[in-house]
Design a protein around this ligand. Structure first.
Ligand SMILES: Cc1cc2nc3c(=O)[nH]c(=O)nc-3n(C[C@H](O)[C@H](O)[C@H](O)COP(=O)(O)OP(=O)(O)OC[C@H]3O[C@@H](n4cnc5c(N)ncnc54)[C@H](O)[C@@H]3O)c2cc1C
Length: 397
């Protein structure tokens, strides 16, 4: 029997396992796939040092109308999926009121401020430096008014959080990145990092965990139940026992916890990616802010990721955001390949309170949560892993 089992081998589960192992615990990780093959595989690869506030539910009536009418490329939804998410969406809206969002952002900023140094330690220990680029993140604006408004807002935000940021003229960014037309301008966040293959980063962290004596088992988890003073994890093959279990199943966490009496509302924000051939690599990832796409140069090609598609796990893909976004940026960057009929998609696990759940389960001894990292799970995995391990140690004292 291991002392601790971590359920889920995404960036959050593997980072948690490493942090617990660093505190001397014997840890087993269980996942139905190899490490880093789900949400942690297909993201935009940005370690977002600049993300000092979580994404709020928009509250301006005009923005809401734009979303409701399907006129924004940032968010689309499947109407039949919304009733199942209604409670989560209502809470998300409520928590996004300016004062509540400001309170939440203070905690969020504290976590994100540690993200690059927490990753740096793991990147060095796991020999993953070849995946890392420290060249920042850009936000490109194609509309002059929108650029000017964002530049003012970003300067203020940068000052508040002491972030290195600059604005760059559209002609300069076009020359630097080989764009075919100059946009209005760009906001650059200098201390944001980027990995060229997020799945490979998780694999590297997992190998480091295994080298240090950790175990990773591939099995489909079917149930979790208390067994005396310990826990039993049932899988389709065998069952495992441990004194402590950490649930780090990303968007699947609420499903496993429901039979234990935890009703955890989650906003499921699906995103897509596709890879393209592009002659010159971009020096850093770029958000095309008005077109709702992020472009990042990866080992697999130029990865284009989309905004949010509010839907259930099982509904068919909708490639509208990818296609419309690519059409909108086609004057600025030449990507000749077409969007194939099937693409990678994954679900950002977004909790209405916008902070990940990190800590002991409220109703059970020995059960721990570390999930709900939303838009910034790649960024926050190592930091919340360390937080959870510190709470573990406190509980053991
Ligand atoms: C399009 C897109 C772009 C993004 N871009 C960024 C970005 O640039 N920067 C950033 O910081 N974040 C980004 N994110 C968010 C980030 O990817 C997620 O927050 C993060 O990957 C969540 O990690 P996780 O470990 O919690 O979940 P996951 O990586 O999904 O891990 C959960 C694991 O649980 C396993 N699992 C689930 N159910 C079972 C079961 N029954 N039995 C066994 N195993 C099971 C799965 O196989 C999976 O490996 C993006 C997300 C998307 C969708």
């Amino acid at each position: 029997m291991s002392s601790t089992i971590v359920l889920g081998a995404g960036i959050v589960g593997i980072s948690t396992a490493l942090a617990l192992q660093a505190r001397g615990l014997d840890v087993l990780v269980i996942d139905r796939k190899a490490p880093g093959q789900e949400t942690s595989f297909g993201n935009a690869g940005v370690i977002q040092n600049e993300a000092r506030a979580p994404y709020a539910f928009p509250r301006a009536p005009l923005t809401l109308l734009t979303y409701a009418l399907g006129r924004s490329n940032d968010v689309i939804f499947d109407l039949p999926a919304l009733p199942g998410m209604a409670n989560a969406l209502a809470q998300y809206f409520w928590q996004s009121a300016p004062r509540r969002h400001a309170d939440i952002s203070r905690h969020y900023a504290e976590l994100v401020a540690q993200a690059t140094s927490d990753h740096a330690a793991l990147i060095t220990a796991s020999g993953a430096e070849h995946l890392l680029c420290k060249s920042g993140l850009g936000e490109i604006f194609t509309n002059q008014k929108a650029f000017e408004a964002r530049a003012l807002e970003a300067e203020q935000f940068g000052k508040t959080h002491e972030l290195a940021m600059t604005t760059v003229d559209g002609t300069q960014i076009a020359a630097e990145e080989g764009l075919t037309k100059a946009p209005a301008g760009a906001v650059l966040w200098r201390d944001t990092w980027h990995v060229r293959d997020p799945g490979a980063l998780v694999t590297a962290y997992a190998k480091h965990f295994i080298r240090n004596g950790g175990r990773v088992e591939q099995a489909d988890i079917t149930a979790l139940s208390p067994a005396g003073s310990a826990w039993k994890v049932n899988t389709t093959s065998i069952s495992y026992d441990a004194k402590h279990v950490v649930v780090a199943l990303g968007p699947w966490s609420p499903n496993l916890l429901a039979p234990l009496g935890y009703r955890i509302p989650m906003v499921m924000k699906r995103g897509y990616h596709a890879h393209y051939n592009h002659e010159t690599e971009l020096s850093r990832p770029y958000l095309f802010a008005q077109e709702g796409l992020v472009l990042s140069s990866m080992n697999a090609g130029l990865r284009v990721t989309t905004g949010a598609h509010l839907t259930d796990f099982d509904r068919p893909q909708k490639l509208h955001q990818l296609k419309a976004g690519l059409k909108a940026i086609s004057g600025y960057i030449s990507l000749t390949d077409r969007v194939p009929e099937q693409q990678w998609h994954g679900t950002r696990p977004c909790l209405p309170g916008m902070l990940p759940l990190v800590g002991p389960a409220p109703k059970h001894q020995g059960l721990w949560f570390n999930f709900g990292h939303g838009h910034q799970g790649l960024t926050l995995g190592p930091t919340t892993g360390k937080r959870l391990a510190a709470l573990f140690e406190l509980a053991a004292d």
